[in-house]
Design a protein. Structure first.
Length: 138
């Protein structure tokens, strides 16, 4: 039976610390290594920061829901917001020579998670992050 954790917050950056702590605990329960837990925390932190900065343009009052579903060594994290739709061209990483401060969040998410997807449905944006526990030893 899957384990599910849901959190509803506003788009205020002060919630980032709470979400990071929650992700550490959830990913520990699923069985991820310390390194993997750090990767998951970075990916979720980047996704949430992007929602706050881009979808809500810094407005700290936008609703954000975060749900984590853990089952059989898999973790799926879904962030949902009602902010502005994301421009699809911003979802592709810039060429390495154009890497700059900022603009690397999606690259980080894609490099730390097994799957990253973005979807617009009605007036809701969804960011879906998935990661599987890797077999240890062997």
């Amino acid at each position: 039976m899957p384990h599910r954790v849901e959190l509803k917050i506003s788009s205020d950056p002060r919630w980032l610390r709470t979400v990071r702590a929650m992700m550490q605990e959830v990913s520990r329960e699923v069985g991820f290594t310390e390194r993997e837990r750090c990767d998951i925390m970075i990916a979720v932190d980047e996704a949430l920061a992007n929602v706050m900065k881009h979808a809500y343009k810094g407005d700290p009052n936008g609703p954000v829901s975060l749900s984590c579903i853990a089952e059989d060594g898999r973790l799926e994290i879904v962030l949902c917001d009602q902010g502005e739709a994301c421009d699809p061209k911003n979802l592709e990483p810039p060429p390495p020579e154009e890497m700059r401060v900022g603009g690397r969040g999606i690259f980080l998410m894609r490099s730390t998670m097994d799957e990253v997807s973005f979807e617009r449905n009605g007036n809701h944006n969804y960011v879906r992050l998935r990661k599987r526990v890797k077999p240890q030893g062997g």
